[in-house]
Design a binder for this molecule. Sequence first.
Ligand code: FE2
Length: 441
Amino acid sequence: MSENPYLSGNFAPVDQERTDLELEVTGQIPVELSGRLLRIGPNPIAPNPETYHWFTGNGMLHGVRLREGRAEWYRNRFVLDDEIVEARGLPPVAGPARDMLGGGVANTNVIGHAGKTYAIIEAGNLPVELTDELETVARVDFGGTLPGGFTAHPKRDPDTGELHCAVYSPMFEQIQHVVVGADGKVNRVVDVPVPGRPMVHDCALTENFFILLDLPVILDPETGSSFPFAWHPEYGARVGLLPRNGQADEVVWCEVEPCFVFHPLNAYEDEDGRVVLDVIRHPKMFATDSHGLNEGVPTLDRWIVDPRGGKVKEERLDDRGQEFPRMDERRIGKPYRYGYTTRFEEVGFGGIYKHDLKDGKIEVHDEGPARQFMEAVFVPRSDDADEDDGWVMTYVYDASSNKTDVVIQHAQDFSGAPVATIHLPARVPFGFHGNWLPDAG
Ligand SMILES: [Fe+2]
């Protein structure tokens, strides 16, 4: 049997939960950065190498706390689920009891909303509330307002503070538009029927539309791995424009060439009312390898979607392999100029890219092949700072030391030396997503 690539190298899980205080720093952490840089990914406690899929491992959080120019702590903690509490002899995870996939695993993203911190995942499981120091509190359904599961990729409307979510479940032929208000309660649920059971990892938002991705990675119990979705191009591929306050029968569906998108970068409406949707496009997904992510180069593409209908117009912005797109989230759903992506080729990481989408310029930050950057998070210098006046913060695995650093650089000096490199005493496995959670006030 060949080795499972998602259990080796820096994909391999770590077995220790650590708390390390007053971290070593090269350079100077900007004093404006007061809060926590959190990340999450799969960290299976007892995987079967023959069936283990990267998307299904028990969740583990990693966090660094910054204050007054210091890195106060690094912590990593499991997100408790049924398998972990049983293995450790702990009481069951608190919160609503529901049928949960994989024992209630939450491993894909970590967000702050309405004063709380949540580990989140798609396809049916509930969010898991965490303490500021990353201990599991309980599974939550937002005070009984969340009817089903959640998503790993809510989009926060920068004007209202609401979270817009595409929620799906392998049980239903639908995609739900779920909106969580700034008060932390769900205030809208609209079920949009689709002709199958697609995997819907992410979504996008514009001034007038919530954007649905109905793409040909479909429920398929025959995959042989613990992840039951596979490539079925005969399903077709469509982008749906749902008026933000509209009903399911108002969705305008526009066909697109079959492909798979985990992550849009952003979307907005142009002067002609067309939707500009920038995405990381994989030509196929889970077609020949149920472990996936290696079926052609994931490129940065621009899609033009016309609310009057017709096929999506596609344009390639950058043909290098890249993933984990991020931007200045004050501009979600609005015209924007800058995007940040992570090099991702043959399931391998490297440097990061800054895209100037106005001038078509691309800058690279690369610290050599041993330094493997994960998802880059942009943090503005202040609430009213210019779009790229802020910092790009990234967890970086260093293969030569087998440890991880957090690199902070100013976005306007993207290729230059970092302003600070925080040295963690441990390895953070390659995972999925994270965010900067600033201190309140
Ligand atoms: Fe994702």
